[in-house]
Design a protein around this ligand. Structure first.
Ligand code: FA5
Length: 340
């Protein structure tokens, strides 16, 4: 039996040397060391040899088994190394090839739209004032004449940070900050920034979006000034031929309050899917600053008057560029962004 084992060892060693691939090596393993391999088959014959000889034959068989296993690992390493070297040779990098050029980027469509709005209002003497995204409940609601439990709070579903702090639901709280900082100067500012609402995301609504607030406070400011400002802005932003109308509305921080509409850019007022067949599109909420708000800002409402407006940024941009879904703005899909 020992002779037979020696023979298998020789045979295994010889064929191992011939192997050229990992696949062949696996076959080799099966043939000699596998459960049904040659070595196992011989060991099954152990029961036919006299018991006194079994231990030494067994030890010899194990020695061969261990030896072949070691040889197998060495060969495996060798073949793997050869394979890697072959692959490296085949996939050699040509580092002298010129790289692919990276084109220059451009401003995001929201930034472009904001800058157009800044330009239009700057030409009417408005300065930009930046207020924080994280606001107090007091500025966002209380001082804007929306006390706790007032049903108007329902108009703005809120992301609360704690009982007193929230993510601003609109840019209007900035009005309080400007007034408190500017008093007793007259004011003409726009306040651009992100707003946050705990709302479902749909084709028309995001839970984060931009608004541009406007605030003018002075001694003789009237609704006519608000109308003139809004009409001028709409024409400059959406085309000289635009018509603008004002509808009575309600906001707790303005009195009277209006919605500002312009005739639909797409159907030119005839009625289409975008304007829901009314011929008009809403562009801003606005009104004359409520006396309570003026007072909260430090301005005496008997001496001062003001107007305010708040317009969206993404929705007007959607109209202008024919974008059907607001969700495209913040998906960061370059195929969309590169179009503008
Ligand atoms: C306001 O937020 C008032 N603060 C506006 C205002 C300011 C009125 C000053 C009077 C004086 P409103 O909730 O309607 O109003 O929002 C104003 C604009 O923000 C909308 O016309 C719309 O363009 C935009 N907007 C509101 N919610 C969303 C939303 N979920 N996604 C995208 N844009 C939105």
């Amino acid at each position: 039996m020992k002779e037979e084992l020696e023979k298998i060892k020789k045979e295994a060693e010889n064929s191992l040397q011939e192997l050229k691939s990992i696949d062949e090596l696996e076959k080799w393993f099966k043939e000699f060391l596998g459960k049904k391999g040659k070595l196992s088959r011989i060991l099954k014959g152990m029961r036919n040899i006299p018991p006194d000889k079994r231990p030494s034959v067994g030890a010899f068989a194990n020695e061969i088994k261990e030896f072949l296993k070691k040889e197998y690992s060495l060969k495996e390493k060798e073949l793997k190394k050869a394979k890697i070297e072959e692959e490296l040779k085949a996939k050699k990098l040509d580092i002298t090839l010129p790289g692919r050029p990276i084109g220059p980027g451009h401003l995001h469509i929201v930034t472009q739209t904001l800058r157009e709005i800044y330009k239009v209002f700057a030409s009417m003497g408005f300065q930009i004032y930046e207020a924080p995204d994280v606001e107090t409940e007091e500025n966002n609601f209380e001082l804007l004449n929306i006390p706790a439990y007032h049903p108007a709070r329902e108009m703005w579903d809120t992301f609360w940070i704690n009982d007193k702090v929230l993510l601003r639901t609109h840019t209007s709280p900035g009005q309080i900050r400007v007034m408190r900082e500017y008093y007793p100067e007259p004011i003409r500012v726009i306040l651009p920034g992100k707003c946050y609402r705990y709302e479902d995301i749909t084709a028309r609504s995001e839970h984060q979006f931009y608004q541009v607030e406007g605030l003018a406070v002075g001694h003789n400011i009237t609704l006519t000034d608000l109308k003139g400002t809004m009409i001028n802005a709409a024409k400059r932003l959406f085309g000289e031929e635009r018509k603008v109308r004002f509808r009575g509305s309600y906001f707790p921080f303005t009195e009277p309050s209006v919605e500002v509409d312009m005739d639909c850019i797409l159907c030119k007022g005839k009625g289409c899917r975008v304007c829901k067949y009314t011929g008009w599109l809403e562009i801003a909420g606005a009104g004359m600053t409520h006396p309570v708000v003026l007072k909260n800002g430090g301005y005496d409402p008997d001496e001062w008057t003001g107007f305010a407006f708040g317009m969206g940024v993404e929705r007007p941009a959607m109209l202008k560029y024919g974008i059907e879904d607001i969700r495209y703005f913040y998906k960061n899909d370059l195929r969309f962004l590169r179009q503008f």
